[in-house]
Design a protein around this ligand. Structure first.
Ligand code: DGY
Length: 329
């Protein structure tokens, strides 16, 4: 019996061929065939004895998983720019490189952010239902009135790559842009984007739309809580395309139900997926789509290619093109 000399990898879901074909060619690869993520025990069994793992944001990478994988593991390639599902410190302690897919999904995610903002402002889902339900009887001077986007103030929380791409779109809509972030952008970036720094409370109080673009960590978990929502205008709309737990879901339900804010448009939720009977879905002023920020064919192809590049570099012991723990050499 011959043993396969190629690196052994586990790929936690089928990803576009733009990356998968190269992985299956170069590696002894097990690709999880399900439409749903592997259950925890299936994931732990799948990674056992692997040199590399390709994970999704639905797969938790922690000490338990790293133990299950064993000493051969050299790389975790996450098929996402966010990597809050990965305990990077635990990987670093074991000399395991971690990769992500930054940059390639910036514009697609900014597009969805703006689509959500516009849809909520102009009540597009309601308007489409109105037509589908046969309720469109005439041009109605008082029907389905929304709020103006042009000329409104947009507060961007987190002016990283995606936040900046959203600011560029806002300029085209003649919006005034405020931003808040851990670090202040350079004067050149502020000028190019027409964006003004504001402390978070001020941003929340002044904005007609608040859009979240922070990564999820201990400092941003629950950032938008009851106190933050209470600062927002009763006419304001919250847009979240970052990570669900950045917003306190119970507080958001209360704020939307009690008219503390006018609406929310969410690509991400906590929990995720959102059960069909969740209270958020019973609120007419809440629009939810299923984490589709990066969901264009071209973007997912680029993410797959990048995740494959990271995985293949890692199993060969090379630095990853986009490594989040460069201290592992
Ligand atoms: C990411 O990459 O972090 C997105 O949430 C999914 O594309």
């Amino acid at each position: 019996m011959t043993t396969d000399p190629r690196p052994r990898v586990f790929v936690a879901r089928r990803i576009p061929a733009a990356g998968l074909a190269r992985i299956t060619e170069a590696c002894d690869a097990t690709v999880w065939p399900g439409e749903l993520p592997p259950a925890r025990d299936e994931l732990l069994a799948g990674v056992t004895g692997c040199d590399g793992i390709l994970t999704l944001l639905t797969d938790r990478v922690d000490d338990e998983l790293l133990d299950a994988a064993g000493l051969r593991l050299r790389v975790v390639s996450n098929f996402a720019v966010g990597f809050d599902n990965v305990d990077v410190a635990a990987c670093t302690r074991r000399g395991v490189r971690v990769g992500n897919t930054p940059g390639v999904l910036t514009e697609a995610t900014a597009d969805v952010t703006f689509a959500l903002l516009l849809a909520a402002a102009r009540r597009l889902p309601e308007a489409a239902d109105h037509v589908r339900d046969g309720a469109w009887r005439t041009w109605d001077p008082l029907g389905l009135l929304g709020v103006d986007v042009h000329g409104a103030t947009l507060g961007i929380v987190g002016l990283g790559r995606i936040g900046q791409a959203v600011a560029r779109r806002a300029t085209g809509f003649g919006m005034r842009v405020l931003y808040h972030g851990r670090t202040r952008a350079s004067a050149a970036v502020e000028t190019a984007l027409g964006a003004t720094f504001a402390p978070l409370p001020e941003l929340l109080e002044a904005s007609d739309f608040v859009s979240l673009h922070v990564s999820l960590d201990d400092r941003t978990r629950g950032l938008v809580d009851a106190a933050a929502l209470a600062r927002m205008k009763p006419t304001a709309i919250l847009v979240n395309t970052s990570r669900g737990p950045v917003v306190d879901t119970d507080a958001l339900v209360t704020a939307l139900r009690d008219g503390m804010i006018a609406g929310a448009a969410l690509d991400v939720t906590d929990p995720e997926p959102l059960p069909a009977d969740h209270r958020l879905l019973g609120l007419p002023n809440c629009l939810v789509v299923p984490h589709i920020g990066s969901a264009t064919r071209a973007t997912r192809d680029r993410m797959a290619a990048m995740a494959a590049d990271n995985l293949l570099a890692g199993v060969e012991g090379r630095p990853l093109p986009t490594q989040v723990n460069p201290e592992v050499r």
